[in-house]
Design a protein. Structure first.
Length: 268
């Protein structure tokens, strides 16, 4: 038990780093980690537990990062409203659908989502090098796009940052602002998805769970994430914009490999 908690604590520190640097809220780190832990204990519904716990962790991580970004003036209101409302609508549908999707299908969808996103970032212009729009203000995203963002994000427990960051980047924002905006836009997904998953009735779940949400795993992850977020927000790292954009798909690739490795280990 102590070893498991220490591992979750270390992974929580990593979720704090990715929340600040990439706007993930922890989702892309949390899902593979909790999946591996849940598969080793409860077995059944491991992916659902991972997605649900990820959403719960994102509420706290994204909220803390949002408050910090608001204090430093990094948030752009024109990109938040009404897009966040449409994201919340989509999140309701995505979370409800997730409870009915088989565990194996969720694994495949998670991997496919990452693979498509990585390919889009690398192969399509406008992300690694931001669009050159001298003398113009970045254009806000179409609010209706939030429905699709919310649905996919809640379905996979990832907060939507891997859709919002590329979209905001191609809308003209530097990486630092695109990442800062991803956290408040992920909050509607995290809150909605957590409520749906907490009220669900899992086939099997680890001890200390509420619905699909593994409260013990969430506590371990947050114990590492919260101080890390606080520390990085007080002394934010100075990362050149282009390098920041390059390491984004690199990290997603690492997560994809980690998820595939964990799934193969569990299914063999």
């Amino acid at each position: 038990m102590l070893t498991s908690f220490l591992l979750l604590l270390c992974c929580g520190c990593l979720t704090g780093v990715t929340t600040v640097l990439f706007g993930f809220g922890g989702g892309f780190v949390t899902v593979p980690v909790v999946y591996a832990f849940s598969a080793a204990t409860a077995g059944a519904d491991a992916m659902h537990v991972a997605v649900a716990t990820s959403a719960a962790v994102m509420i706290v991580n994204a909220a803390l990062a949002t408050v910090a970004a608001a204090r430093t003036g990094d948030l752009r209101p024109e990109f938040l409203h009404p897009l966040a409302l449409f994201i919340a609508v989509g999140a309701v549908a995505g979370a409800a659908l997730s409870t009915a999707v088989p565990d194996r299908v969720l694994q495949l969808l998670f991997a496919a989502y990452l693979l498509i996103t990585i390919a889009d970032i690398v192969l399509r212009a406008g992300f690694i090098t931001a669009p050159d729009r001298p003398g113009t203000r970045p254009m806000p995203l179409p609010p209706v796009s939030g429905v699709g963002i919310g649905a996919v994000a809640a379905l996979l427990g990832v907060g939507g940052s891997v859709m919002t960051v590329p979209l905001l980047r191609r809308a003209g924002l530097p990486m630092s602002e695109a990442v800062a905006m991803a956290n408040p836009l992920g909050l509607p997904v995290a809150v909605t998805a957590t409520v749906v998953y907490a009220l669900a009735t899992p086939v099997a779940a680890p001890a200390g769970s509420y619905g699909h949400v593994d409260l013990l795993a969430a506590a371990g992850l947050l114990a590492g994430a919260l101080p890390t977020i606080g520390l990085l927000k007080r002394s934010p790292p100075a990362i050149p914009d282009r390098f920041h954009a390059i390491i984004y798909p690199v990290f997603l690739t690492v997560v994809l490999v980690g998820m595939i490795t964990a799934a193969c280990a569990v299914n063999t």
